[in-house]
Design a protein around this ligand. Sequence first.
Ligand code: URA
Length: 257
Amino acid sequence: MALACLEGQAEMGVDEAICDAPVNRYMLEPSPPKAAAMAAPAAAPLGPAMPVPQIDPVQEAMAAASAAPDLPALHAALAEFAHCDLRQGARNCVFADGQPGARVMIVGEAPGREEDQRGKPFMGAAGQLLDQMLAAIGLQRNHPDPGRAVYITNILPWRPPHDHTPTAEERAMFRPFVLRHIELAAPDIVVLMGRISAATLLETEDGITRIRGQWRTVLGRPALPMLHPAYLLHNPAAKREAWADLLELQARVRTLP
Ligand code: URA
């Protein structure tokens, strides 16, 4: 019976236990209402309908992000931000790794299983490749010298179910947090790791294979779109382009005063 139950769950896509005890999410406090379109006013039999408060998650995100005076406050604001359902299904709010004072900041896409479990970005196979790529140009997470360290975050702080590609709504909702994150970490160079990062921060739909290696600007800082290490794992032939971009990054780091 228990086995049949497990098999049924596996068929529905339940592939991981995220806590030790079951949580009845119907008994949790409801999330605040979403965008106005979602909140249909209830018919009021005894008088005119009360106006429904209109909540725009992107505006809420902008307000929450800009109110954060430092990185710990931004982390707390992200963890508490209640307008995104991804939070319900994830184990950890994945904020950042590496050295916050680093001159290079890398922005990836979204946590996967390992990142969700460990609460840090780029922990799985793509993360290992990223570390090797960085080491090849003399950079390292947590290096004590800010000129040799990196600071790493993602567009989404929560692992999406089935590792789905972040949607336009999710990207728009977390963009203000990522921009504030960049502002507060104040790197000299931003690396836009992969299509989702580049599309979100540059607000472009140009493909990553087209714009990789071309310097752009994010919040007035030089920003380099690069091929995502997960892409390189599936397309090893593209490592040649990735290497060219790494050398470009290294050359720029060396010009920093
Ligand atoms: N891919 C990302 O973009 N970010 C992670 O944290 C892990 C994999």
